[in-house]
Design a protein around this ligand. Structure first.
Ligand code: NDP
Length: 334
């Protein structure tokens, strides 16, 4: 089967040369283990951070090892009584067509009402990230204004829809007219600022002000840098910031903030969080997200790369905003 390993660490922007596609033999499973055919691989921004050898909340990705990654798939051989052939499962099998697991961190999935791939997106880690930041950190009340960056993405799209369900004014920030139209017309946000167009016109602050006439009560920050800085200027007294990601800096971009004084003058609460450290919330959050998706109240889109060999290109695209919605890689023929 095929797998992709980290061949070298990037210096600055990731390139395809940082990865290597390998063909390796299918292992023989031992007692307690299962063999999984992965159907979808999730590509996520955190992978870029792990490719560096820098201080972080988790250890760096090892060189010449299968790239880390969340997967959904199907059990194709089992020597573990808890899993039968045909069971659909979610796990961390990495950038590979086949995975072996002893069952630890492997969870069976019910695909009756929810498509398998959604467990990597709206009903998976990104959805939980949105749910946790929104319910536990932003604590937005009805009528308040919530702003989320990378609004059309896997996490951001869920944040805005949760905000709408809560009766908030939901404002997105996204790159490009197509993404903004999707955020407003399909996801139901009240407004979306196209930061790329605004940066070109030099009027990001004005556009954000027009979209947030009552200021901003809670920010869900996915990007960092200039758009975060612009949001800080609009934050209301006792605003809350869920600091979730700073993707504009992962590949070496500028992360400078000019308006940090607003944190003090507006008595803001800012909390960074890592969703994998809050597993106790997952059953409740996933239940809520799953029922919203099953009822059609939580919408999502996916960008799907066609096979494992195209994963590096899709990943580089994710870091440049080429994806619309959750970026996945298909690992079995359609
Ligand atoms: P998305 O599906 O939102 O895809 C990434 C998006 O980020 C791109 O589509 C692009 O959207 C935007 N982006 C990429 N590069 C830049 C850039 N240089 N400047 C501005 N925007 C950029 O990814 P996710 O929803 O999976 O993740 C969103 C954020 O959430 C990331 O920062 C990620 O690290 C973070 N995260 C944090 C977790 C945690 O536990 N704290 C868990 C999961 C995710 P656009 O075209 O609109 O710019």
């Amino acid at each position: 089967f095929q797998r992709i390993v980290l061949a070298s660490r990037p210096s600055g922007e990731v390139t395809a040369n940082n990865f290597r596609l390998e063909t390796v033999p299918v292992p023989t499973i031992m007692d307690g283990q299962v063999l999984i055919r992965n159907h979808f691989l999730s590509l996520d921004p955190y992978m870029r951070v792990r490719m560096d050898d820098a201080k972080n909340y988790a250890a760096p990705q090892a060189l010449n090892e299968t790239m880390i990654g969340g997967t959904v798939g199907e059990i194709i051989a089992s020597k573990n009584p808890q899993f039968q052939i045909g069971d659909k499962v979610i796990g961390m099998m990495g950038w590979a067509e086949i995975g072996v697991s002893d069952g630890t961190l492997l969870r069976k999935l019910d695909t009756t009402h929810i498509p398998l791939s959604a467990y990597l997106g709206a009903v998976g880690m990104p959805g939980m990230t949105a749910w946790y930041g929104f319910t536990q950190i932003m604590q937005a009340k009805e009528g308040e204004t919530v702003v989320v960056s990378a609004a059309s993405g896997a996490v951001g799209s869920v944040v805005g829809q949760l905000a709408k369900l809560r009766g908030c004014r939901a404002v997105g920030i996204a790159g490009g007219a197509e993404k903004c139209a999707y955020v407003v017309n399909e996801l139901g946000f009240d407004a979306c600022v196209d930061y790329k167009a605004a940066n070109q016109a030099g009027n990001l602050a004005e556009q954000l002000a027009a979209a947030t006439p009552n200021g901003i009560d809670a920010i869900f920050e996915n990007v960092g840098g200039a758009s975060f800085d612009a949001c800080l200027l609009r934050v209301n007294p006792f605003g809350r910031i869920a600091l979730c990601g700073m993707i504009s800096g992962y590949d070496g971009g500028d992360m400078a903030i000019q308006n940090a004084r607003m944190l003090l003058s507006m008595r803001v609460t800012l909390r960074g969080f890592i969703i994998s450290e809050h597993l106790d919330f997952w059953p409740q959050g996933l239940k809520e997200l799953g029922s919203l998706v099953a009822q059609g109240k939580l919408k999502f889109r996916e960008s799907i790369a066609p096979n494992l060999a195209t994963a590096p290109e899709a990943f580089i695209g994710l870091l440049k905003g080429k994806n619309l919605g959750k970026q996945l890689v298909r690992l079995i023929p359609e």
